[in-house]
Design a protein around this ligand. Structure first.
Ligand code: FRU
Length: 490
């Protein structure tokens, strides 16, 4: 049977009751049913935030991609809308892949990749084109009669003729620009830049940036924006090799600060930096909101990772918390959006105490925020154990001597294990942590967003304990735990 928006909506409405909510998150975005991956078309339009996403509603595994759609007034509570795009045309027949949204002449324009298979091998037999769909009400989208708006004949020579995807569109000086992820067919990822005056007709400009050989063999989901006078390029390099403690996931995400020359179409950058230091973070996308904030959302999972909800739970995939991107000189900070503070309910609050050995906290939960200000100058190691139960624990720890922060999920439950490590300095022994736990996720914001570590965990529902641990003396200046979920939401 062929795919259509109506069929997808009907299927979701009829199947939703089958969902198993054991690991469903309480204050993070998820699809209603089936599989989701990348955030797409993240934009504020007529006052509301719109989030689209890669969606395969029929099964909790990746499949022919649709665009799911939701709206929010505050970035926290999302309302599901009908599916926005289904793979129902020749030029997107095997998937409406990732892309972006932009407001133009009061309408909402979606630019997305059409994926077309040419043979049985899903890793080789395909090509990709760029398409446009337009909506006046932000809900119903009409695919453009002239799609594809960028066909394969506009791919430059010496560039992959098949990996050509994930258009992110932005406006600069009255012109539209589109970045696309690709590679040089010789094992190096790159970004292509196109230009348009009307979003319909596109002209190829240049290879905007490319890998120096250390940045993976293909680049996906590029994003370019100006932040306080500097240009930022973000993207998701595939199969990047580890460098020290960094880039240990199969696929990574990085940002670069530099300058985009819109005459030559070249982005000049000096270094690249990981966006997230945890396990599960990919294909992030940003938008500029009406308050002037640059807000980023990522897919809080990883390709080819074991996702326990795929077996019998009828869903897979979630988004990270929306994070504000802030420029701090030559680096970026990533902070949970301020709206989250309005979700804080009762909890546990304590000030000025010492930890030596283990201290079990008088608080249990599955969906909460912890904020900690501590002085580690007299400790050899400080740790916080989360979601602890008889045989389970998730360990976040800091070693002042090594200046390393660790997220260990070897005993977190039924999901994948492993450890990720981020180097972190603590000037004058001061460490500030904000930790968000939500059923099957952990996000740790270190030193006011200097580094972030994100990971999925799948503990038993009973594993709800929290304990602090210190080897040597750790001085806790303040500890706050806020429950983040209204009891009636559970
Ligand atoms: C990134 C990605 C994109 C592609 C989409 C397909 O996770 O591989 O490059 O458009 O997912 O679902």
């Amino acid at each position: 049977m062929s795919y259509s928006i109506e069929r997808a909506n009907r299927f979701v409405a009829e199947s939703k009751h089958l969902l198993v909510d054991q690991y469903r998150l309480h204050y993070h975005f998820m699809g209603e049913f089936g599989w989701i991956n990348d955030p797409n078309g993240f934009v504020q339009y007529k006052g509301e935030y719109h989030l689209f996403y890669q969606y395969h509603p029929y099964q909790p595994v990746w499949g022919p991609m649709h665009w799911g759609h939701a709206v929010s007034k505050d970035l926290i509570e999302w309302r599901h809308l009908p599916v926005a795009l289904a793979p129902d045309q020749e030029y997107d027949r095997d998937g409406c892949f990732s892309g972006s949204a932009i407001e133009h002449k009061d309408s909402l324009y979606l630019l997305y990749t059409g994926h077309i298979m040419t043979g049985p091998d899903i890793t080789k037999d395909y090509y990709q084109v760029q398409n446009l769909a337009i909506s006046q009400d932000g809900i119903l989208f009409t695919k453009d009669a002239h799609n594809p708006v960028i066909n394969t004949d506009q791919i430059p020579a010496h560039t992959s003729q098949k990996d050509f995807r994930d258009p992110k569109v932005f406006e600069r000086n009255g012109q539209f620009y589109m970045v696309l992820g690709s590679n040089d067919d010789q094992g190096k990822g790159l970004i292509l830049l196109y230009r348009s005056v009307d979003l319909h007709t596109w002209e190829y400009m240049n290879v905007m940036a490319q890998s120096d050989g250390t940045l993976g063999d293909n680049w996906e989901c590029p994003d370019v924006f100006d932040l306080d006078g500097i240009d930022v390029l973000m993207m998701s390099p595939q199969r990047m090799s580890p460098q020290g403690n960094n880039y240990h996931n199969l696929h990574s995400t990085v940002y670069m600060l530099g300058k985009l020359d819109t005459d030559t179409g070249i982005f000049d950058y000096k270094q690249y930096i990981p966006i997230d230091y945890g396990f599960d973070f990919y294909a992030c996308q940003t938008t500029l909101d009406q308050q002037g904030r640059r807000i980023m959302i990522g897919w809080m999972d990883s390709w080819e990772a074991l996702m326990p909800t795929q077996n019998g739970h009828h869903w897979a995939g979630a988004m990270t918390l929306p994070r504000e991107v802030i420029r701090d000189g030559e680096r970026l900070l990533f902070c949970p959006v301020a709206e989250l503070e309005q979700s804080r309910l009762e909890g546990l609050h304590a000030e000025s105490f010492e930890v030596q050995g283990q201290q079990v906290l008088d608080y249990r939960g599955e969906s909460y925020e912890i904020e900690l200000n501590i002085d580690v100058s007299k400790s050899e190691e400080f740790a916080i154990h989360l979601r602890t139960g008889e045989a389970e624990t998730t360990v976040l720890s800091y070693s002042p001597l090594e200046q390393l922060f660790r997220f260990n999920r070897d005993q977190s439950g039924i999901g994948p294990g492993g450890e990720r490590i981020a180097s972190l300095t603590t000037p004058e022994g001061q460490l500030h942590l904000r930790i968000f736990v939500d059923l099957s996720s952990v996000e740790v914001f270190l030193q006011d967003g200097e580094k972030v570590m994100t990971g999925r965990i799948y503990p038993q529902p009973e594993s709800q304990g929290i304990a602090l641990y210190s080897n040597g003396i750790t001085q806790v200046q303040s500890l706050h735990i806020w429950n983040l979920v209204q009891p009636e939401q559970i």
